[in-house]
Design a protein around this ligand. Structure first.
Ligand SMILES: Nc1ncnc2c1ncn2[C@@H]1O[C@H](COP(=O)(O)OP(=O)(O)OP(=O)(O)O)[C@@H](O)[C@H]1O
Ligand SMILES: O=C(O)C1=C[C@@H](O)[C@@H](O)[C@H](O)C1
Ligand SMILES: [Mg+2]
Length: 162
């Protein structure tokens, strides 16, 4: 499972790892769209931030129970103690970068509500640290390098892009 603040590259890296493993990818945003017909931003507007975070935690809890897969979790999900408990025994990868880099990368989609990284970092950092087995600074590491390192951690060869 991939965790990290918004724009840290979870979906990008998750796709590479899922392709390499031949396992499904379960990404928070498509999950919300499929189940609720709405983006995270729309759910936050309609149900409040707490309502959004509840739905995002449900995504992780439901998917951890299913078949083996790659899960790209919403940034908020580590705040839920049920999620942190359920993650025991799962390989968890934390993607992070300086706030300025994340702020820039968050601009790449309109599905995201506007939560600046500095407003949530202090609260979430201890949780990311608690659950993470591997951590990457995505300001200096490419998605391909991260995917290769995760596969190596799993004892598998890097994906063949040739
Ligand atoms: N290691 C990287 N180096 C440079 N750019 C990256 C890297 N990883 C992702 N990006 C770019 O950063 C942007 C955000 O990536 P992505 O959508 O995967 O983040 P995310 O963590 O899934 O965001 P969200 O929390 O909103 O779902 C995209 O434009 C992506 O191409
Ligand atoms: O609180 C947050 O940082 C977030 C809440 C939701 O919008 C999520 O969709 C997003 O991943 C981040
Ligand atoms: Mg994403």
């Amino acid at each position: 499972m991939l965790v990290g603040l918004m724009g840290s590259g979870k979906s990008t890296v998750g796709r590479l790892i899922s392709d390499a493993l031949g396992r499904p990818l379960s990404d928070s945003d498509p999950f919300l769209r499929a189940r609720y017909g709405a983006t995270a931003a729309q759910i936050a507007a309609g149900h409040g931030v707490a309502g959004l975070h509840e739905r995002e935690a449900e995504h992780v809890l439901a998917e951890l129970r299913g078949e083996p897969k790659v899960i790209t979790a919403a940034a908020s999900s580590v705040e839920d103690p049920r999620v942190r408990d359920a993650l025991r025994g799962t390989l968890v990868v934390w993607l992070d970068a300086p706030d300025a880099v994340l702020t820039e990368r968050m601009r790449t989609g309109d599905h995201r509500p506007a939560f600046p990284p500095e407003s949530v970092r202090a609260r979430r950092e201890p949780y990311f640290r608690e659950v993470a087995d591997l951590t990457f600074d995505v300001s200096v590491t490419t998605p391909e390098e991260i995917a290769a390192a995760v596969l190596a951690e799993m004892g598998l060869p890097a994906a063949d892009h040739g």
